[in-house]
Design a protein around this ligand. Structure first.
Ligand SMILES: [Zn+2]
Length: 198
């Protein structure tokens, strides 16, 4: 009789041990699952960060649109001449009425000029102009000397200066060419050509 109770006692202890073992095993695997879940969460976080970055970029783009012309900024006027294809740049102080304008406001104020580039410290406006730029000259003979004429927008010529170079010492070919008129571009070419005749 005593032996029987002994056996039942051992069986109960074994069953309890198995149950406790199962419980501990489950607890352990639950912890692992939770860790996996945490890892998944951090992986989900990354696309959110990218989204946030995109949002930040969009905000910086829209603040760029809100940039205003500062009072000390430089205004560059570019004229593109249709006949000679030269571009002349003029540097000017920013007119007071343009200070604090955004790019869009400036564009609305302009007639004929286009905003080529815009930043608070430098604005470039560009415009197509008919005719030739002011860097074109014509050499002709006038009262026995070589004279320099400036070619205007409408292709007419205005006397710029009469040089001291007399026709007396010029070759016949030079005289013929000067009678027809010699077209010159730029101060540099003008000076070097005149030096050749001296
Ligand atoms: Zn030109």
């Amino acid at each position: 009789m005593k032996k029987w109770i002994y056996i039942v006692g051992i069986i109960v202890i074994v069953i309890v041990a198995i149950l406790v073992g199962c419980y501990l095993f489950r607890k352990d695997s639950n912890l692992k699952e939770q860790e996996n879940f945490k890892m998944n969460n951090t992986m989900v976080d990354e696309p959110n960060e990218i989204k946030n970055n995109i949002l930040a970029n969009e905000i910086s783009v829209s603040t760029q649109d809100k940039e205003k012309i500062s009072p000390n900024s430089v205004l560059i006027l570019k004229k593109q001449y249709e006949e000679c294809f030269h571009t002349i740049r003029e540097y000017a102080k920013m007119p007071e009425e343009y200070v604090n304008l955004t790019k869009q406001e400036l564009e609305e104020k302009q007639e004929g000029w286009q905003v080529e580039s815009f930043s608070p410290n430098e604005v470039i406006l560009i415009k197509q102009v008919s005719g030739v730029c002011n860097q074109h000259y014509m050499l002709r003979l006038k009262d026995g000397v070589i004279a320099v004429y400036q070619i205007q927008d409408d292709n007419t010529e205005i006397l710029k200066e009469e040089t001291g170079i007399s026709t007396e010492y010029l070759t016949e070919i030079d005289k013929i060419r000067l009678e027809e008129g010699i077209r010159i571009y730029g101060e540099e070419e003008l000076n070097s050509t005149l030096e050749d005749y001296e």
